[in-house]
Design a protein around this ligand. Structure first.
Ligand code: GLV
Length: 398
């Protein structure tokens, strides 16, 4: 790779930045380089000079403060960064009005503090729904069918030929799937396994999900018409009810004070002894030390984890367990999705700085196509800040 021309790089303390659109009147800081170019075009169209930190490591608060400096209109930041009151105030004091997480989850951002400081907080829903659900499916199959154990077995030269009892796993087809949280990602994951593998669905969440229930009912009718066993769907009365009934439990809830350690030792004990636990949402939803103990004591139990309680660390003993499969927080990690997330995050910051209204629908796909609406795709505190909602037809040239 050739180095960018000298005038387009800048050192901020220890951190190196690439400067895009250096003549822009507004200054936006991006704490990690992002894929694609469209996000840069959006910020350039909003007259932003964009300083992209090119350190390939999560940044600490002190470095982010240095990047914000004395003047900064907006930031695109990462879920690994502690956007508490301190950093948000530093952004406000530098004249900032917009922050977007490059993530759908925003448990790393103190949104009430941002609202008090008058900072709009964006996130990137929609573009990662199926992608993250696919990773949860991948982990489900890897755990159920012992894919990583099998890989190691072959790679270590232990495969001496087919055997009737070698590495027996769990059949998913026709089993019971429990999802904790039936929002966008949970529902997409459920649909993949209900439709593809004819699993019965139990879901746990604060609201009835009519769309999901309707989908399963329609699919059940389709199967019945073909003289196949129909699938079923029900909302669990309690988390205990779901845990006891499910062969696979997948967590798709947001992290907050109520959901931290939602799955602890007592809840693990309520699951079937040979159940599979999947977590592709946020690590602290599971008491990881308790999970290690449980997997040690129940070799037939399996877990597939995309996220960890104290990322990037893992609980002592976790990685030695043959019945645990892990990947490094890759839920949204496809090129298409990450470019889409960059577009949405940049759209959030650029639109707020331009004084544009906020897109009122959860469907953000219009922002990925040419002629995007002249609006901020997703601002989580729009209502609290009293921001205007997009009602018109204005589009951008991008
Ligand atoms: C990833 O974990 C996200 O919240 O987008």
């Amino acid at each position: 790779m050739t180095a960018p021309p000298r005038e387009q790089t800048r050192s901020v303390g220890e951190a190196q930045c690439r400067v895009e659109n250096p003549g822009g009147a507004r200054r936006v800081v991006v704490t990690q380089d992002l894929p694609g170019r469209r996000w840069l075009e959006e910020l350039a169209a909003a007259d932003c000079r964009v300083e992209v930190c090119v350190e390939y490591r999560p940044l600490d608060a002190a470095t982010i403060r240095e990047l914000i400096g004395g003047r900064c209109d907006g930031v695109i930041g990462q879920l690994t960064e502690p956007w508490g009151e301190g950093l948000l105030r530093a952004l406000r004091d530098a004249g900032g009005a917009a922050y977007s997480n490059f993530a759908v989850g925003y448990d790393n951002v103190d949104v009430p503090a941002a609202t008090t400081l008058g900072i709009a907080v964006g996130n990137t829903p929609g573009v990662l729904t199926e992608t993250t659900a696919e990773m949860a499916v991948a982990l489900t199959f890897a755990a159920a069918r012992r894919v990583v154990e099998g890989h190691r077995y072959v790679a270590e030269g232990r495969f001496a030929g087919w055997l009737p009892t070698l590495l027996l796993g769990r059949r998913l087809h026709g089993g019971t799937l429990g999802i904790v949280g039936a929002g966008r990602i949970g529902s997409a994951y459920a649909r993949m396994l209900v439709e593809g593998h004819k699993m019965d669905l139990v879901y746990f969440g604060p609201h009835v999900n009519e769309e999901l229930e309707g989908f399963v009912a329609d699919y059940a009718a389709f199967l019945a018409a073909r003289a196949e066993r129909p699938v079923s769907c029900r909302r669990a009365e309690s988390l205990e009810d779901l845990l006891a009934a499910s062969d696979v439990v997948s967590i798709h809830a947001a992290l907050n004070d109520q959901t931290r350690h939602l799955i602890d030792a007592a809840r693990l004990a309520q699951m079937k002894g040979d159940a599979i636990l999947i977590n592709a949402s946020r690590g602290p939803l599971v008491d990881e030390a308790a999970l290690v103990e449980h997997c040690r004591a129940h070799p037939e139990f399996r877990a597939g984890l995309d996220v960890f309680e104290r990322e990037p660390a893992t609980a002592p003993g976790l990685l030695e367990l043959p019945n645990v499969v892990v990947v490094p927080h890759l839920g949204s990690a496809t090129g298409w999705t990450r470019e889409g997330m960059a577009t949405v995050a940049a759209g959030n910051v650029a639109a707020v700085l331009r004084g544009w209204p906020v897109w009122p629908s959860p469907d953000i796909t219009p922002f990925l196509a040419p002629g995007a609406p002249a609006a901020a795709p997703s601002i989580v505190n729009a209502h609290e800040l009293g921001l205007a909602m997009f009602a018109g037809i204005a589009t951008t040239s991008l």
